[in-house]
Design a protein around this ligand. Structure first.
Ligand code: PDD
Length: 286
C-alpha cells in the first residue's frame, strides 16, 4: 500500500515528503511534536495529546497553523489513507522557514507535518513474557523538559547508549541519584509494600499522557499511589518497575543496570495497568 505523509496542506507520497533546508526545525530544533497511539485504527488519549501540544506551542510562543477541527480531520485522514491499525501518528510543528537568524522571524508560517507508522504488534511476546531492561545515565538535558520539543539530542544519545548496552531504555538520573524519566518514556516503580510510585511532573520531566491515564486507572483499581521522586537505589530494591509512553503503554522492566528487579519477571501491577489501558482507554482487549 502507498504510504502518505502530510506536509503543509498536502498529502504527499512518503518518499516525496520534504520541508525546506531553512526550516527552523531543521536548523534550530525550533519546533514541537506529539506522538499519538493508534489502536485498531483509533487514536488513543487524543485530547490529552492535543492539550499538551497547545501548551508546548504556547510556551514557545508559536502559532497553531490550522484550527483544531482541521488538525483532527488531517490526523484521521492520514490514518485512513495509510490504513494504520496498530501504531501511531507523529505530528510536528515548527516555527517555519526563514533565513537563518536566532531571533523569531517576523512573517514565517509554521510548518505542519505528519507521518504514521503501523507497528503490527505493540510489544514482542518476549518483551511481555520477560520484560525489558533499562540502564541509568546522567540527565544532561535542558531545564524545560515539560515542553515536547524536537530538540532530542540527549535522548538520542541516551537511547543509543541503552541499545549498545543491550537495554530497551535509559533512565535519566539527576545529580542526587533520583530518576527523572526515560529517553522517550516515563518511569515507575512498585515498592516492597505495593505502593506505585512515579515522579511528580514539573519542568524537569515531560508530563506523559499515558502516565496520566495510568494514574487514573491505578486509582480506580484501588492501587496505593505516591507521586514523588524515587532514587536509583529504591528502584533496584523495588518489587516491580515499568515504563510508559504512547508507543509502549505500560512496559514491564525486569532489569535495571543488569540487576534483577523483584523476582525478575513482569509484575502484576504493570500487567494489570497494561491490560486496563487497552480495555478502558483503547476499548480493546489486550
Ligand atoms: N515520547 N518522557 C519523554 C522524554 C518522552 O519523549 C515521552 C514520549 C514520554 C511519555 O509521554 P507520553 O505518554 O505522552 O507518550 C515521557 C514519545 C513516545 C516519542 O518521543 O516517541
Amino acid at each position: 500500500m502507498a504510504r502518505w505523509a502530510y506536509v503543509n496542506g498536502r498529502y504527499l507520497p512518503h518518499p516525496q515528503a520534504r520541508v525546506h533546508i531553512e526550516d527552523r526545525g531543521f536548523q534550530f530544533a525550533d519546533g514541537v511534536y506529539e506522538v499519538v497511539g493508534v489502536v485498531e485504527g483509533r487514536m488513543v488519549d487524543r485530547e490529552g495529546h492535543i492539550a499538551r501540544l497547545l501548551r508546548s506551542l504556547g510556551e514557545l510562543r508559536m502559532a497553531m497553523p490550522v484550527t483544531l477541527a482541521v488538525l483532527d480531520l488531517i490526523m484521521r485522514e492520514l490514518i485512513r489513507r495509510n490504513g494504520v491499525r496498530n501504531g501511531h501518528i507523529y505530528l510536528q510543528i515548527t516555527r517555519g522557514v526563514a533565513p537563518r537568524d536566532f531571533k523569531f522571524p517576523k512573517n514565517a508560517r509554521p510548518t505542519l507535518v505528519m507521518t504514521t507508522r503501523d507497528v503490527g504488534k505493540f510489544a514482542t511476546p518476549a518483551q511481555l513474557e520477560n520484560g525489558v531492561s533499562v540502564i541509568t545515565i546522567p540527565d544532561i538535558r535542558w531545564l524545560r523538559r515539560d515542553i515536547k520539543s524536537v530538540a532530542l539530542l540527549p535522548n538520542v544519545l541516551g537511547k543509543q547508549q541503552a541499545v549498545e548496552a543491550g537495554a530497551f531504555e535509559a533512565w535519566q538520573v539527576d545529580g542526587d541519584g533520583m530518576v527523572n524519566e526515560g529517553c522517550s518514556s516515563n518511569a515507575w516503580i512498585v515498592t516492597a509494600d505495593g505502593t506505585l510510585v512515579t515522579r511528580q511532573t514539573d519542568h524537569l520531566i515531560l508530563a506523559g499522557i499515558t502516565r496520566a491515564s495510568m494514574l487514573t486507572l491505578a486509582e480506580s483499581a484501588g492501587i496505593k499511589v505516591e507521586i514523588r521522586r524515587f532514587s536509583v537505589a529504591e528502584a533496584y530494591a523495588a518489587r516491580e518497575a515499568f515504563l510508559s509512553s504512547a508507543t509502549t503503554f505500560a512496559m514491564p522492566i525486569t532489569r535495571i543496570d543488569g540487576r534483577a528487579i523483584g523476582d525478575g519477571k513482569p509484575g502484576p501491577v504493570a500487567r494489570r495497568l497494561r491490560s486496563a489501558y487497552f480495555e478502558v482507554v483503547c476499548g480493546q482487549p489486550s
